[in-house]
Design a protein around this ligand. Structure first.
Ligand code: ADP
Ligand code: MG
Length: 685
């Protein structure tokens, strides 16, 4: 048995169980060890139903008196019942767990632990886990790991598999040399990997985490160095000159470029004329106007007889950029052929796009990951841009670059990361910052309120809509499953429709919808045929509808600040006053304090810094940071010091032994190879 062994090497895991694990991306024992908890829970003593509040996670100890009832609701099976405890009771519902009807014995006492929800006047427990009393009591004494939820995979299955793996594998020699561990105060690997899953207390968990965070940065940095070596000082074989179409575009814009935009564009234009390949990161807060910079660079590539490709993380965004590009060039009288390439195109449309890309008829190509599919052959790709690039793995970025012969690369990002860290994380990229918002912008007005404010918020939205504007409402977030999330959005939109006159069109958007449906809804929203868009966070990135002036976020407490800032960035993109209403249902001072940061500042850098100051060690997990610099366990902001340390160590060992083949570092070298094969692909940097 070794780290690369398949899970079936474990006792009690056959093909069928292995398939359940595979759904979580766990194939080998190594994958299992690295399936880190998403957060830790400490189980509180059960409480009485009358003390529960909407939005809270809580345990209730009681009996189910009548048998549970199961009914169908659209595509789901809903199991409902009542938990009685003393003289009080509370309703309970489960999605898609009809078997509970036979496993829960009426009259027996259980502990039900789950999220408290409110529907109308009444509270209920949603999707609670069910424990017998003894089991629950034993858990209240320990930190409980919480794993990302995958259907069919239970905590118990993970626990058993992990225990066997920890006992069965040979951890006798750590790949990180002793001196480094001592110098950096790092636990040994075996300790780290077992305590991250089974910590007795916070102290153990933090020590384990420290080591694993170090490792994660360390291998990432080594990997980046290797990639960079591969394309060191490359010169390309084409000569680029400034293109007239870029001036034409600038002259035809409905606004003046800001000073910062001009400066950044001048840098890019100069970069692209050099014989060396450009590798530049353009960082700019949401709404700072990065798109037009990308368009200018694309036009310069096209104007020189080459092709430029723009890759974005979502279909919605790809379509939006494509349409904006076409509209803008048409308006400015620029003859530039662009194609859109996304996964949801029909087969015939795709074939058509492929052939126009290959023949060179299309000089600008805008799309999603579809751009890097094997079938796509470019005629003369000389510029590659990735937008909202924190959503792409390093390898995807590279993959697109390999489609051309040493193309220039440009990376657009709104992630507010300090320059010192950017230099480490982005390795070889030069960094430009758009540090100025268009002057015509009015700062977004924010408010943080509790759910009691909802009616008032709706009235406010009604007024904005009557004035010709539009609104987004980000729906209550549910972690239990995507199915429930979809259900929630539909329900919410439904009840909102009753609230507004029929002239106000309310629609919804969620991740489970087909790409075509999403496109259709977005199109109607862009054209103001939809006034209120209820959505999950699928609209988080890049979406640009300047006429939308209200962003209302339900359950704001469940989002990371960076993500809230991104969401809020969907409004305040035009000249009208915009508003962001952050509604929370948590009665906690800490939550209010965090949201207060957003309330006071519209500046992404400042928010990231303040957020960090507020977060204690207990907050290292828990809030979804939503793909922003999405390491598995490390947090580039909170763990900045460890990142620096890992960087120093990486530099040092590469100096001593560049090929990592000597005795001391051989194991690191081996691990790096497997890391680069497997992990970098998924890393959202
Ligand atoms: P982001 O940097 O978030 O990608 P976008 O490029 O989508 O921002 O720009 C946001 C909005 O601001 C768009 O509607 C765009 O047309 C507009 N915009 C861009 N530059 C300027 C400018 N200099 N003055 C006024 N509006 C601008
Ligand atoms: Mg953008």
């Amino acid at each position: 048995m070794n780290r690369q062994s398949p899970l079936t090497a474990l006792k009690g895991i056959g093909e069928k169980t292995a398939r359940v694990f595979a759904k979580a991306g766990i194939f080998t024992l190594e994958d299992l060890l690295e399936y880190y908890p998403r957060s830790y829970d400490s189980f509180q003593e059960p409480v009485m139903p009358s003390s529960l509040r909407d939005g809270q996670t809580a345990a209730v100890c009681g009996t189910i008196e009548k048998p549970l009832s199961v009914r169908r609701l659209n595509r789901y099976q809903v199991t409902t019942g009542k938990i009685r405890t003393g003289s009080e009771q509370i309703a309970v519902t489960w999605f898609n767990m009809p078997y509970l009807r036979s496993t829960i014995q009426p009259g027996c006492r259980y502990v039900f632990r789950g999220r408290v929800k409110q529907k109308g006047q009444n509270l209920f427990l949603q999707q609670p886990a069910v424990y017998d009393l003894y089991e629950y009591a034993s858990r209240t004494r320990q930190l409980q790991p919480v794993y990302p939820l995958v259907s069919g995979l239970t905590l118990n299955m993970l626990r058993k598999a992990l225990q066997q793996t920890l006992e069965g594998l040979d951890f006798s020699s750590d790949f990180l040399p002793e001196q480094i561990r001592q110098r950096r105060d790092l636990a040994d690997y075996r300790y780290a990997v077992s305590k991250i899953h089974f910590p007795r207390d916070e102290k153990e968990m933090l020590a384990a985490r420290r080591r694993l965070v170090f490792d994660e940065f360390f291998f990432f940095i080594l990997g980046i160095r290797k990639l960079k070596e591969a394309r060191k000082e490359v010169c390309h074989s084409y000569v680029l000159k400034p293109a007239e179409d870029t001036d034409r575009l600038i002259a035809g814009l409905p606004y003046q470029l800001t000073g910062a935009q001009k400066k950044v564009w001048a840098r890019i234009e100069a970069d692209m004329q050099k014989p060396q390949v450009m590798a530049r990161l353009v960082q700019g807060d949401v709404g700072s106007g990065k798109t037009v910079i990308a368009f200018l660079a694309l036009l310069m590539a096209a104007g020189n007889g080459g092709q430029g490709a723009l890759m974005v993380p979502t279909e919605v965004l790809a379509r939006q950029h494509y349409e904006a590009f076409c509209a803008l060039t048409r308006k400015c009288g620029i003859a530039c052929r662009a194609v859109l390439l996304t996964g949801s195109l029909k087969a015939s449309e795709k074939r058509d796009a492929y052939s126009r890309i290959e023949s060179g008829e299309a000089s600008v190509i805008i799309g999603t990951h579809a751009l890097i599919q094997e079938k796509v052959r470019y005629h003369r790709l000389i510029l590659v841009i990735t937008d909202e690039q924190h959503r792409f793995g390093v390898r995807q970025r590279e993959a697109l670059a390999y489609k051309g012969e040493q193309p220039h690369t440009l990376v657009m990002s709104a992630t507010p990361i300090p320059r010192t860290l950017a230099v480490i994380l982005y390795g070889d990229l030069d960094v430009s910052v758009i540090d100025e918002l268009p002057a015509s912008r009015l700062p977004i007005k924010n408010c943080v309120v509790d759910t009691g404010f909802r009616e008032k918020a709706y009235r406010f939205i009604g007024k904005e809509v009557a004035a010709g504007h539009q609104a987004y409402i980000i729906c209550p977030m549910v972690e239990e499953s995507e199915a429930i999330e979809a259900e929630n959005v539909t329900d919410y939109a439904e009840s909102l429709r009753e609230h507004f006159p029929p002239s106000v069109c309310v629609e919804y958007l969620h991740g489970k919808m087909k790409a075509e449906e999403k496109n259709e809804i977005m199109e109607r929203f862009v054209e103001n045929r939809i006034q209120i868009l209820v959505s999950t966070t699928v609209i988080e990135v890049g979406v640009n509808v300047p006429n939308a002036t209200v962003m209302m976020i339900e359950n704001a407490e469940r989002f990371g600040l960076a993500q809230l800032h991104q969401l809020r960035g969907r409004v305040g993109r035009g000249d009208s006053q915009s508003y962001c209403i952050m509604m929370h249902s948590a009665d906690s001072e800490a939550v209010k304090k965090r949201l207060e940061i957003l309330n006071r500042s519209n500046d992404g850098f400042e928010i990231a810094r303040k957020d960090l100051e507020l977060r204690g060690p207990g907050d290292l997990f828990g809030v979804r940071q939503s793909g922003i610099l999405d390491f598995q366990i490390a947090d580039p902001f909170a763990d900045a010091a460890l990142m620096q340390a890992a960087n120093e160590e990486a530099e040092k060992i590469l100096e001593e032994d560049p090929s990592l083949s000597g005795e001391t570092y051989r194991k690191i070298g081996e691990k790096l190879i497997s890391y680069m094969k497997n992990d970098m692909e998924n890393l959202n940097i």
